[in-house]
Design a protein around this ligand. Structure first.
Ligand code: NAD
Length: 416
């Protein structure tokens, strides 16, 4: 039988229903619509980052062994930049926009008036658990919505820090945090929302979309995919490999949605590329990367086993040319390179989301286009080349969420 304390902490459909009712009342009061409310929340979020930088870095270290530099640059600073941008642009975003009228309606005038959607649900993932939880919150605050944040249960230290800090810095009547896993998220998904913002894998994305469809709720699904890197010959290999390493292992040890998933190159280039990757990896992470403080660990044992299963498939394990070391007790896997991996292997069938990097070989570099387009659309596609014609062909022929030439992941810091 549940104790009194356990009874109080159960978050079920009834609790979710009460929570959304409460938020609807607050939203209806108009409190979240004012410019002043929105600005005060955004400024408070920056203050929270400044006053608790060490706590945030600690929580991310507990959840992922995330190196301090990565936490500061990719989680805290990126969030503060979003807040600063929203503060700077908010007046403009809230302003009605003049719309053209026609001769038929002369002498009328018309305008498009931005309005908040209402009460929104944000479900976030574990890999950048601070940024991915709060960045969508910045958008919802700037839009004047009331909201619930459900952080990932796979990053429990960051989840509990968010549950503690948000009520201290933000307006608790209109911004709520619900911690929990599948049952809590399912209870939330039973409710009617005005928008659902979900970050995570496509399987759960389908569950979210089906729940939203019942109420015709609009959704944003921030999903993943297999992001290729095409490496042409005749480039500065040292620069290219350093950028690939920074984008793959330097971003949460490969556990990032736009991290390079696999490389495609030609036979004449493959050996030189592997040599350069080996040399530069040693410069980045030393002779024993499992001991390096600059590499995140794998988030949990479920993902550790998933990754080792990909690596242990017979036709794949023979293809390891660098790395492959693992430390199960500390959930660490070293940067691992595999060459000439068969396309029908498990590692090529799902998003890797970890430190393994297969290299596929094609006879001519243009063959990479069909190879990429034959799979599901990647979140990002990268090309290293000095050939102007190839760059143009790549942009036209490869369909991806974002395309970057001669670098990795840089598109996420371009302000649109
Ligand atoms: P996760 O396991 O943390 O799950 C995400 C959220 O879904 C969590 O809050 C979790 O509680 C909830 N959830 C899990 N199972 C559920 C269920 N059955 N019903 C309802 N809710 C459920 O994260 P994940 O899915 O492992 O995240 C990794 C994926 O996210 C990768 O595919 C990655 O590429 C993608 N991703 C995308 C972006 C982006 O911006 N596009 C950013 C980060 C991660």
């Amino acid at each position: 039988m549940a104790t009194e304390e356990e009874k109080q902490t159960v978050f079920d459909v009834e609790a979710a229903n009460m929570l959304t009712k409460e938020l609807r009342d607050v939203f209806a009061s108009g409190k979240t619509r004012s410019y002043e409310w929105r600005i005060s929340q955004l400024k408070s979020m920056i203050k929270m980052c400044d006053e608790h930088e060490e706590d945030i870095v600690d929580a991310l270290h507990q959840d992922l062994s995330k190196p301090k530099l990565e936490s500061i640059v990719f989680e805290i600073t990126m969030l503060k930049n979003s807040c600063t941008l929203a503060i700077k642009e908010l007046k403009q975003w809230m302003m009605p926009e003049k719309a053209k009228t026609s001769l038929l309606t002369f002498p009328s005038s018309a305008e498009i008036v931005p309005e908040p959607l209402g009460v929104v649900l944000i479900i976030s993932a574990w890999n950048y658990p601070f940024l991915l939880s709060l960045d969508p919150l910045v958008g919802a605050i700037a839009a004047g919505d009331a909201m619930v944040l459900k952080p990932s249960e796979f990053s429990p230290a960051t989840s509990s820090l968010l549950a503690k800090l948000l009520p201290e810095y933000l307006d608790i009547s209109s911004i709520k945090v619900v911690e929990g896993a599948v049952s809590e998220t399912s209870a939330l998904l039973e409710q009617k929302w005005d928008k659902i913002f979900y970050t995570g894998n496509g399987i759960v994305g389908r569950i979210v979309m089906a729940a939203a469809a019942k109420h015709l709720t609009p959704v944003v699904l921030e999903l993943g995919g297999k992001s290729p890197v095409v490496v042409d010959s005749g480039i500065d290999l040292q620069i290219a490999t350093r950028r690939i390493i920074a984008g793959k292992w330097g971003c949460n040890n490969g556990q990032a949605c736009i991290s390079p998933d696999y490389i495609i190159t030609t036979k004449d280039c493959a050996d030189k590329l592997v040599d350069s990757l080996k040399k530069e990896l040693e410069t980045f992470y030393g002779k024993n990367p499992l001991e390096s403080k600059d590499l995140s660990r794998i988030v949990n044992s479920k993902h550790f086993s998933r990754l080792t299963k990909l690596l242990d498939e017979d036709k794949v394990s023979r293809k390891i040319v660098y790395g492959g070391e693992r430390d199960e007790a500390n959930l660490k896997i070293s940067p691992t390179i595999l060459v000439d991996v068969p396309c029908d292997s498990l590692i090529m069938k799902e998003e890797i989301f970890g430190p393994l990097l297969p290299i596929l070989i094609v006879s001519k570099i243009e063959d990479s286009f069909d190879m990429i387009n034959s799979g599901t659309k990647p979140l990002a596609a990268y090309l290293f080349t000095n050939n102007k014609k190839l760059k143009e062909q790549f942009v036209v022929s490869v369909s991806a969420g974002g395309v970057v030439i001669n670098d990795i992941a840089m598109h996420v810091i371009i302000l649109l």
